[in-house]
Design a protein around this ligand. Structure first.
Ligand code: ADE
Length: 245
């Protein structure tokens, strides 16, 4: 999969995504990351390479101009005509695992990062397929948001994580949160690993984790729990577990 990121700060993206799992995925050719510096597409005669200007109609701060953004976009679009273009900004629909999976099915995604007060709306209206936000708060620019998208989408791509269960069993994949997890030692301070997890009985462990996952969701994300359809049998087990606390 190819990710193109149009930004004024390509180093932020390259640095963040150059390490660990996503760095290796790039080395192994599972994902390709092209960062494009929007400033390279300013008017060559402009010795200041100006990317922004004041706003019409007043308003404080500077806005990124249409032309450099458009030319940067065209440099990608001409090579990858099917690329799916995303603008990251606080007005977009909020990213969730469903959207992450959907983006992971694309061959090429181009992410446009705004900075300062944002980007002239006209160029966004012309080139953007979808606006995505990473949450209901405002960042200083889209760079962090694009890293969040690329990280979460890349790990859905086959081969990026060591095995598929690494992502099919985890939080948000089926509308629930993952059960608590433990490693050695079996006792830390006065806290013991639940006995059942040491039993080696995979069917019982799976059933136990299933109920733990429901409990975790109920306590930490009641909004997600409300949306679940739970069988009577699972309800009984969940209630039995809660009575045992
Ligand atoms: N840029 C500024 N705020 C943002 C947000 N919440 N999500 C994505 N991009 C942004």
């Amino acid at each position: 999969m190819i990710f193109n990121v149009l930004t004024l700060f390509p180093e932020q993206i390259d640095n963040f995504l150059g390490f660990s799992i996503i760095g290796r995925a790039q080395e192994n050719g599972l994902i390709q990351l092209n960062t494009v510096n929007i400033r390279d597409f300013t008017d060559a005669d402009d010795k200041y390479r100006k990317v922004d200007d004041t706003m019409f109609g007043g308003g404080t701060g500077m806005l990124m101009k249409c032309e450099p953004v458009y030319e940067a976009y065209k440099s990608i679009k001409d090579e990858q005509p099917d690329t799916y273009t995303v603008f990251v900004g606080p007005k977009g629909s909020v990213l969730n695992q469903e959207k992450v999976k959907e983006l992971a099915s694309k061959k090429s995604v181009t992410i446009i990062c705004g900075h300062y007060e944002g980007i002239d709306s006209r160029v966004l209206d012309e080139i953007v397929d979808e606006e995505i936000s990473i949450g209901d708060y405002v960042l200083t620019g889209g760079e962090l948001a694009s890293c969040v998208i690329i990280d979460s989408v890349s790990r859905m791509i086959e081969g990026v994580l060591p095995n598929e269960s690494a992502y099919t069993n985890e939080s948000h994949m089926n509308g629930t949160l993952e059960a608590p997890q433990y490693t050695k030692p079996q006792q830390w301070h006065d806290r013991k690993v639940p006995e059942i997890l040491l039993s080696g009985n995979t069917a019982e462990i799976e059933e136990y984790n299933d109920i733990q996952s429901l409990y975790e969701t109920l306590i930490k994300r009641p909004d997600m729990f409300d949306k679940l359809e739970i069988t009577d049998k699972k309800w009984e087990k969940l209630l039995a577990f809660m009575r045992s606390l």
